[in-house]
Design a protein around this ligand. Structure first.
Ligand code: AMP
Ligand code: MG
Length: 406
């Protein structure tokens, strides 16, 4: 049975980064650029004013100088106006610096008397001037291939008139719930039946990754139903099932996948919760069979499935972000396998404190609701004590923002 680490390595060794496509600029958000972006021109394109004020020749700006105002330059207008000796022009922020001028004096540092102006303080060469190319030079590589697109990348590309971006495409991820006890979300609750929450919670996690979702609904506990749904799931880039993989269970999920030609790489992982997780491959399709328990399926998604989705999308950093924290209470476990403890994080000065977020039996969904991360309790230990440092995999990058909002 692979350890969590070995399972992740094996999964990633089977994961290939998908092809590229051109998408509308806004749709590239959170995707990864597939080509270097080279600046096609200088930014700013021409010398322009950083202030509303007067464009001046610094040589004229002696303390007692009275300078004549001979015109105005506004942003967005390319005028041929130039500043002659002894003269200034009014200039607005972003407007091109006229020929002859080499600095801008803000309105508040000058006094206007009719068509003349006197300066209150000395002015230096290029003061309040944004020089052409001072931000980005023409031909400068500004966004290397492999960059995750955020708002600043979108801003840079838009500034260079790019309305589309070439990115690694979103994987298509098919999601299937299995089990006769399941009830479709939206139907009236029936005692003894379980509402299919895994389908939508896994879809939410897939959506957070930026991948496309194909909902396959529920496969009932018959070979025919499994065959039909799974045949269609295997057309996706990544196929995720939940339930029907517990030890000792009548094993339709694995059996039907094998019949459909999926090569199963492992049947369980040395971790708790989430032990019965199964992983297989057919052609270019990665298949993850997660346990039915909602907590276990979400934890394994974040530890093992998400890294594969991100790698397929061209991400280089695919592992859950890890921080070190001081455990605030004793935690016991069975020696021999890693335990992922749901914890709440609090900062205290320079260090992070990890508190258990509630009862740790796998059935407790509320404990996951309250968790900011998963503390990794090492396999060989039978207990980890309050005061010990642990590694915590952060579940959401919004954790610290959420703490501030409360
Ligand atoms: P299993 O892995 O089939 O043994 O299921 C373990 C537990 O997960 C049982 O309590 C199931 O009712 C529950 N479960 C299985 N599938 C789902 C699902 N799609 N949504 C919510 N709970 C589920
Ligand atoms: Mg079942």
């Amino acid at each position: 049975m692979p350890t969590l680490e070995e399972a992740r390595r094996l999964i990633l060794s089977h994961t290939i980064t998908l092809g590229t496509e051109s998408v509308e600029l806004l749709d590239s958000l959170s995707l990864v650029t597939a080509e270097d972006i080279i600046a096609p021109w200088n930014m700013p394109q021409c010398d322009n004013s950083a202030m509303d004020g007067y464009a001046v020749r610094t040589a004229d700006c002696t303390p007692a100088a009275r300078l004549r105002i001979t015109g105005t330059n506004t942003a967005g207008v390319l005028s041929n106006i130039s500043v002659e000796p002894g003269c200034v022009i009014k200039i607005m922020t972003g407007a091109r610096i006229p020929a002859g001028a080499d600095a801008v004096v803000p309105f508040e540092d000058a006094e206007m008397h009719g068509e003349f102006v006197t300066l209150k303080s000395p002015v230096g060469h290029h003061q309040n001037v944004r020089l052409a190319g001072s931000d980005v030079h023409r031909d400068e590589p500004v966004i290397p291939a492999g960059t995750v697109v955020r708002a600043p990348e979108i801003s840079m590309m838009a500034s260079f008139s790019m309305s589309c971006a070439t990115v690694f495409r979103r994987p298509r991820v098919a999601i299937l719930s299995t089990g006769d006890e399941l009830l479709e979300l939206g139907l009236p609750a029936v005692p003894g039946r379980v509402i299919d929450s895994n389908g939508i919670s896994l879809a939410a996690m897939v959506k957070e990754c930026g991948a496309n979702i194909q909902m396959l609904g529920i496969a009932r506990d018959t070979v025919t139903s499994h065959l039909e749904k799974m045949t269609s799931g295997l057309q996706a880039d990544i196929f995720i099932t939940s339930a029907g993989v517990s030890v000792g269970e009548h094993d339709l999920v694995r059996q039907v996948l094998t019949d459909l030609g999926v090569s199963l790489e492992f049947h369980s992982v040395d971790v708790r919760p989430g032990g019965p997780t199964t992983f297989g491959v057919k052609g270019n399709c990665l298949v993850f069979c997660l346990p039915g328990n909602p907590v276990a399926s979400m934890i394994i998604f974040s530890e093992l499935v998400k890294p594969a989705i991100l790698k397929a999308m061209g991400y280089r950093r695919v592992l859950p972000p890890a921080v070190r924290a001081i455990l605030q209470e004793n935690a016991s476990k069975r020696p021999g396998r890693i335990k992922l403890l749901r914890v709440r994080l609090e900062s205290s000065g320079d260090i992070l404190l990890a508190f258990s977020s509630g009862e740790q039996t796998t059935g407790m969904l509320k404990t996951l609701l309250r968790a900011d991360g998963l503390a990794v309790l090492p396999a060989e230990r039978s207990a980890v004590c309050a005061g010990e440092e642990v590694e915590v995999h952060v579940l959401s990058s919004n954790v610290l923002m959420q703490q501030e909002a409360m």
